[in-house]
Design a protein around this ligand. Structure first.
Ligand SMILES: O=C(CO)COP(=O)(O)O
Length: 237
């Protein structure tokens, strides 16, 4: 399964390095078979001695190799650190940073052309959720506009906006219903994100169509993140 941590705007260069090294040691000691991803801030990216199952990724990039885009990070700056996995379409970029679907699609095409693994995030806000599952699904399908769903390095993260950073996890029925409907049309691995923590990860991972989790807040504690990896190791699917 895929167990991913999104650091968001947390951790410094030093504290991120210590965290990543601790997770590397944990994976080596426990021989965990989980595919672990850590999305660190740009300033913390580096060449880490990655174990095969742990990749450090970028939370964002501008869809250029390099150029005149003041304040942005292109792929050249990611390649310096051997970054092979990126997040695209996170709800904080869509809603807070006002990124359009068309910019997400441009980023997607760019990362795909460079054969990067892509964790592509989708999710509906609360006002759509209250309208029921059909409204939720049509909102989610719109977030696939311009996205090549047949890309073999695509991973999809379903993160309901109202469950992110709020402590409100979607119910198991909600998660199962959405992931099953996505699974009908998509072959890519499916992750759930939104207030995942040590206390609920096991039941979420047992959802049939769920191939892993993308965790924010609860993963920012080294011991908790290790515990989540350990729990995933014990979930038989
Ligand atoms: O946004 C998320 C991961 O990308 C989820 O964040 P929380 O786990 O803090 O709800």
């Amino acid at each position: 399964m895929i167990i991913a941590s999104n650091f968001k705007t947390n951790y410094t260069r030093g504290s991120a390095k210590a965290f990543i090294q601790a997770i590397q040691a944990f994976i080596a000691n426990t021989k965990s078979e989980q595919q672990v991803r850590i999305f660190a801030p740009f300033t913390a990216l580096d060449r880490f001695d990655e174990v095969e199952t742990l990749k450090v990724g970028a939370q964002n990039f501008y869809p250029v190799q390099n150029g005149s885009f003041t304040g942005e990070i292109g792929f050249e700056q990611l390649e310096e650190f051997g970054i092979q996995t990126v997040l695209i379409g996170h709800s904080e970029r869509r809603h807070i940073l006002k990124e359009s679907q068309s910019l997400s699609a441009q980023k997607y095409d760019f990362a795909k052309a460079r054969e990067s693994e892509i964790i592509y995030c989708i999710g509906e806000p609360a006002e759509i959720r209250v309208q029921g599952i059909d409204a939720v699904m049509s909102y989610l399908w719109e977030q696939f506009e311009g996205i090549d769903i047949s890309y073999d390095k695509l991973i999809i993260a379903y993160e309901p906006v109202w469950a992110i950073g709020t402590g409100l996890t979607a119910s198991l029925e909600d998660i199962e219903e959405v992931l099953t409907r996505l699974r009908d049309k998509l072959c890519a691995p499916l992750l759930y994100g939104g207030s995942v923590k040590v206390e609920n990860i096991e039941t979420i991972l047992h959802v049939n169509a769920c191939d892993g989790v993308l965790v924010g807040t609860a993963s920012w504690n080294e011991n908790a993140f290790c515990e989540m990896i350990r729990i995933a190791d014990n979930v038989k699917k």
